[in-house]
Design a protein around this ligand. Sequence first.
Ligand SMILES: Cc1ncc(COP(=O)(O)O)c(C=O)c1O
Length: 395
Amino acid sequence: MEQDFSAYGLATRALHMGRATSLERENSPPVYLTSSFRFDSAEQARAVFAGEEEGNLYSRFTNPTVALFEERMAALEQAEHAIATASGMAAITMLFLSLLSAGDHVVISRSVFGSTTNIANTLLKRMGIGVTRVTLSDLNGWEEAITPATRLFFLETPANPTLEMVDLAALAGLARARGVLLAVDNVLCTPCLQRPLELGADLVVHSATKYIDGQGRVLGGVIAGPRALLMDHVYPMLRNTGASLSPFNAWVLFKGLETLSLRMERHCDNAAHVAAHLAAHPAVTGGVLYPGLASHPQQELAARQMRRFGAIVCLDLGSRARAFRFMNGLKLAIMTANLGDARTLVTHPATTTHAKLTDAERSAAGITEGLVRFSIGLEEVKDLLADLDQALEQA
Ligand SMILES: Cc1ncc(COP(=O)(O)O)c(C=O)c1O
C-alpha cells in the first residue's frame, strides 16, 4: 500500500509522492520504456481491455512512469487527478478538443502564448467553435463576452511575456456563477508560486517543458483538475489521438519535480535582484516589467495571489535595433526560445515566440519591438548583473 503524503508540505510531497517500489526495491523509479504490456492469458487480456481487471495496456494511454509523474503533479496542484501530454501545446489542444464541440463558445485572454492564439484563430474556428478574445485583467470584459454557448474561459496569469494578471478568485467566482469552466495556464508560476485550483479555477495546464523540467531537456505537458472531468473528456481524447507523454520524458520531469521548490526560490531571488537593477538603470528607457516591482500596475494583486513573483523579467529598450544590440552583447544569457531553464535565457518575443501573430494581435498583447524577455536562471546574481550592464552599454 502506497503511503499517503497528501498532508505534507509541497516540497515534501514533490520528493515523496509515488515512491512505492517494484519488486527490485529501487530507490529511484525505473523508466518503463515499453510500447505495450503483456498478458498472461487471453482471458486476462480481455478482462484488462474490458476494465474488469487493473493493468497496463499500451503506453499511449497507460504507462507506469507517466502515471507516477501524473500522480505527483496532481499532488502539487492539489488536484484530484492529472493527465500528462507530449508538450504544453498538446495539453492546451487536448483541453480544447475534449471540452468544446461545434457550436460552443470559448473566451480566451488576448495575452496568451502565440501558439494558443494560433489554435484559437485556426483550429477552433475551423471546427465551428466561437472564440472571443478579451483583455486579461478586465473582469467586465470577461463577463460581457459570455454567451449562452460559452463553455470555457482560458488564460495565463501572469501572461507570457507581458506579465499582465487577472484576479483569479474574482474570475473563478464569475465563471462558476455563469456555469463556465475556468482553465489556467500556470506555466510561469508552477504550483510552488500559485495554485489556481485553490483560488477556484477548475483546471490547470502546464508546459512541463519549462520549470518542471527546469534544465531545458525535454518537452511535456499536464492538465490537472477534477477526476471525473479529466477521465470522461480528456482521457478518451488523449487515448485516441495519441498526444501522449513519452515514459522517458515523464521520468525526467518526475525527477525535475524533486528540486522544483528549491529552484523556484533561487529563480525568484535572482529575478527580484535583476528587476530592481534594471529598473534603476538609465539605459532602460521603456521600463521594466516584473510583478514584484512597486511600479507594476498589478503589484497588489500579484502579492495576493502569488506566493512569490516568478523569474520572468522583461525590459523595453524602445526599438528593435536597441533590443537586438543589447541581446547580441550579452555574454552569459543564452539566446533561445524557451523559458524556465536553470540557465538565464533571453528572447525577443516580437520576432520569435509571437512572430506569427498579426501586428494588431501583438500590440493588443502588449508585445512591442523593444521588448526583451529574460527567463532568469540560477547563476550567481552578481554575474548576471555584470552581464546586463556591459550589454546595456552596447545598446
Ligand atoms: C505560457 C506557455 N504556455 C504554453 C507553452 C507551450 O508549451 P510547449 O512548448 O511545451 O508546447 C509555452 C511555451 O513556451 C508557454 O510559454
